[in-house]
Design a protein around this ligand. Structure first.
Ligand SMILES: *Cc1c(COP(=O)(O)O)cnc(C)c1O
Length: 451
């Protein structure tokens, strides 16, 4: 598969080069030249495989010949060694052998090592990058801006990898306590993963990373690479779980339309879903939930795209005023507003509405959602109240509620158990550097801290 810049289709690259370069030379986002399409017969076969094996087959169509089929199978089996359950609100897990247990599921994408869906993309990308680099004896410096979960997932995926240094930029005071603990306790003092607390918002962090990449001297000197969802290597693997889970639902609920709701910020997760649909995944529609930072929902309603400064909310990983992947979504639908509107429907919610919903779902079902997931679930409820036909609802649960334990416990007025991977890090000493939001400060820090 070849990739082209979304702003100039004459600029092309193989998958590996697009991944390592992060952005096209004109600053555009890499897009696959052609999304593969699978027939119903093929999808039925792929749905019967394990998730990892299905992912390896999908990946074959997106990578280049530096990856053999065996490489991909090994990579996906190693990366995806955790479950991908679809859970009814009563706690029963969907199993194709016991169909039709509910008409609504939570797709829990938080059973990876850092307890957020970002692990799916980070673990694929980390292994793919290291496979490419080991062949070339290469060195890279990864700059990653995080609104909370990306940094943890990328740090975990690249920890102790030869030839790679990772700098995680997070907004000071803008991530949850547990997220901050996770970001600032990776590895030892001499670890290749370093956390930087930027005195600003997530948009500042994202801007700094973009400025770094826009600076040719810095890009060359440090061989900079982005692990944010501007990198196509982050977006492609996020199509895998939509593809595979929609086939599980289809097998359990033959003939019923399927709708996914995605709590969204930078729109990388939604872009993955849209790619899955174009590949032939049986998904009728995507519902998009935004918090009050809602430029995408605003676009769906008005046809106008108005990026804006972000404001802090309870669902901090979605506090994004200028979503990175908006141009990719337009590109997938040839810049046709009506075509985007046919597949996407959106609604946005305040923190107050989110809290009330999280509390009432807990009261009614004993199911605890993270604040982001609650926004997605609210959006699904708003969507379904308009629709009379029967369909299967799947809300994407993007993070484990314990990652936001302080807010969630306050809202539901009950303790939330800490899963073991989080318990382990809570007492570790944090290591991080505080920095003003300027490229000069970033450059100074890189100068002192790169090997
Ligand atoms: C990153 C994140 C989101 C938003 O995903 P995008 O791909 O940026 O739209 C939602 N929820 C959680 C918990 C996240 O970490």
């Amino acid at each position: 598969m070849n990739y082209h810049s979304h702003t100039n289709s004459n600029l092309t690259a193989r998958f590996g080069d697009a991944l390592l370069a992060s952005l096209a030379p004109d600053g555009g986002l890499w897009m696959p030249d052609k999304i593969p399409h699978f027939t119903e017969e093929q999808t039925a076969e792929m749905g019967a495989m394990s998730f990892a094996d299905c992912a390896a087959i999908l990946a074959r169509h997106f990578v280049d010949d530096r990856f053999s089929d065996e490489d991909l199978l090994e990579l996906c089996r190693e990366a995806y060694d955790f479950p991908v359950p679809m859970v009814a609100l009563n706690g029963i897990v969907l199993d194709v052998a016991t169909p039709e247990i509910a008409d609504e599921y939570m797709l829990e994408l938080f059973h990876g090592p850092t307890l957020a869906f970002k692990d799916f993309a980070a673990r694929f990308m980390g292994r793919a990058a290291s496979h490419l680099m080991s062949a070339e004896n290469d060195k890279r410096t990864i700059l990653v801006a995080t609104s909370g979960d990306t940094g943890g997932a990328i740090g975990d995926a690249f920890l102790d990898q030869d030839g790679i240094q990772v700098f995680i930029l997070f907004p000071k005071g803008g991530v949850s306590k547990v997220q901050e603990q996770q970001l600032c306790t990776m590895g030892t003092e001499h670890s290749n993963v370093k956390a930087i607390s930027v005195d600003g918002t997530f948009d500042d962090c994202q801007r700094l990373v973009k400025e770094g990449f826009g600076n040719e001297r810095l890009t060359k000197k440090y061989s900079l690479m982005s692990a944010n969802s501007i990198n196509v290597g982050r977006v492609i693997p996020q199509s895998f779980y939509y593809f595979w889970t929609s086939l599980q639902i289809k097998a359990a609920h033959p003939g019923k339309p399927i709708v996914y709701s995605i709590p969204s910020g930078n729109l990388g997760n939604l872009t993955g879903g849209l790619i899955a649909k174009q590949m032939g995944a049986p998904i009728m529609r995507f519902v998009v939930g935004n918090n009050t930072n809602d430029p995408f929902v605003d676009y769906l309603k008005s046809g106008e795209y108005r990026p804006r400064p972000s404001v802090p909310t309870l669902s901090n990983a979605m506090d994004i005023g200028r979503p990175n992947n908006f141009p990719r979504i337009l590109d997938l639908y040839d810049n046709n507003y009506d075509a985007v509107g046919d597949v996407c429907w959106g609604a946005s919610f305040s923190d107050e509405e989110t809290e009330r919903h999280l509390r009432s779902i807990h009261r009614e079902h004993k199911y605890v959602m993270c604040p982001h997931t609650a926004v997605g679930h609210l959006a699904m409820e708003a969507f379904s109240s308009d629709i009379e036909d029967e369909f299967i609802k799947v809300t994407v649960a993007t993070a484990h509620p314990a990652k936001f334990i302080n807010s969630v416990e306050r809202i539901i007025r009950e303790d939330v158990p800490m899963p073991a991977p989080l318990q382990k890090i809570m007492n570790k000493t944090k290591r991080f550097h505080v920095m003003e939001p300027s490229l000069e400060a970033l450059e100074n820090y890189l100068e002192l801290n790169t090997a």
